[in-house]
Design a protein around this ligand. Structure first.
Ligand SMILES: Cc1ncc(COP(=O)(O)O)c(C=O)c1O
Length: 333
């Protein structure tokens, strides 16, 4: 099959803009820094998941689904956008979330509530327990005559990755086949896998750098090649992705997923104050701090353009308001 043969529903505002960030480029010693604004995909607050969901929801509708299930952390952008996609298509939505307990429905969780997602929260549990939870709920729904569709964590399946193969085709239309250096945040690897495969097809001169927000490099190499090669098979791409096609970095996420870092928070302030650009502490702030370090240490070639894929996450920022209180310059009278 060709990529055009896969069912897709229109959910994202595409093409997303690409913008110069000249002051941030100067700060990081780069000749040119471009921001691919995938935070502006629309769909209940924007982000990379809208591209994956176009294909995942296409698949769900083709299979007759009437209720969508997915999982993630309490501040999951993926869960929020999946809930938004389900509602936009008139479907029900159930979320199984897990992680440290939370005090308030803020950030993405607030949006999940507005979207009417029914949430099962598994305190201090992890991915396997969430997967069990989704299977149980799906069974109950089937017994009631419903047709559930499970979107695995992060939407990081070969079907979801099709969205980023398309994104690289879109980027090529915007910048031509320049030897750019692409930098993006890597979580469950679907966005990275689609980007690596899409670049191999559409931007063969590009170098792809992934800043991990959670996993060690070994896992990223494995998951990214697995997903990319399955996606390549699905669309008869006739190419194979291997570990030389991309560069993962697992030294910028700090102690753990979701725990802000000093360098990530500094990058958030740089982007906001130099460019009016909002990043978040879980994904894009850490990814930008990685970009800054790769530029400083000469891993990125300063004479070649760098494209930062802004994968979104801004709704999550509001759950971290405590991180930035000391930055306030506010005179009350
Ligand atoms: C804002 C943001 N950036 C990056 C990612 C990473 O994408 P992936 O899980 O496909 O690696 C996510 C995933 O949840 C995200 O929400």
């Amino acid at each position: 099959m060709k990529i055009d043969d896969y069912p897709r529903v229109h959910l994202a505002h595409l093409p997303t803009p690409i913008e110069d960030a000249p002051r941030l480029a100067k700060r990081y010693g780069l000749s040119r820094l471009l921001i691919k604004r995938d935070d502006q995909t629309g769909l209940t607050g924007g982000g990379n998941k809208a591209r994956k969901l176009e294909y995942l929801m296409g698949d769900a509708l083709a299979k007759g689904a009437d209720v969508i299930l997915t999982d993630g952390g309490p501040q999951s952008n993926h869960a929020r956008m999946t809930a938004g996609a389900a509602r936009k298509l008139g479907l029900d939505v159930r979320l199984v979330l897990a992680g440290p307990d939370f005090d308030e429905f803020q950030g993405n969780l607030l949006l999940d509530v507005l979207l009417g997602a029914e949430i099962l929260f598994l305190r201090d549990k992890d991915v396997p327990e969430m997967e069990d939870g989704m299977s149980r709920i799906a069974e109950e729904l089937r017994a009631q005559g419903r047709t559930p569709y499970i979107v695995p964590i992060g939407g990081s399946t070969p079907v979801g990755a099709l969205g980023y193969v398309r994104a690289m085709e879109e980027l090529r239309g915007q910048i031509g086949d320049e030897p750019v250096q692409i930098v993006l945040a890597v979580g469950s690897c679907g966005t990275f896998a689609g980007t690596v495969l899409g670049a191999k097809i559409h931007l063969p001169q590009a170098q792809i750098h992934g800043i991990s927000v959670s996993s060690r490099n070994e896992r990223i190499y494995r998951r990214t090649t697995e997903i990319a090669n399955e996606t390549a098979r699905m669309i008869d791409a006739g190419i194979t992705v291997d570990q030389t096609d991309f560069h993962p970095y697992d030294r910028y996420f700090g102690t753990a997923y979701g725990i802000p870092t000093e360098a990530g928070n500094a990058a958030i302030l740089d982007a906001a104050r130099l460019e009016g650009l909002l990043l978040d502490p879980v994904y894009t702030g850490k990814a930008m701090s990685g970009l800054a370090d790769l530029a400083r240490t000469g891993v990125l070639d300063p004479s070649r353009p760098v494209v930062f894929i802004h994968t979104g996450g801004v709704p999550g920022l509001f759950a971290f308001h405590g991180e930035f209180q000391d930055q306030a310059v506010c005179r009350k009278q």
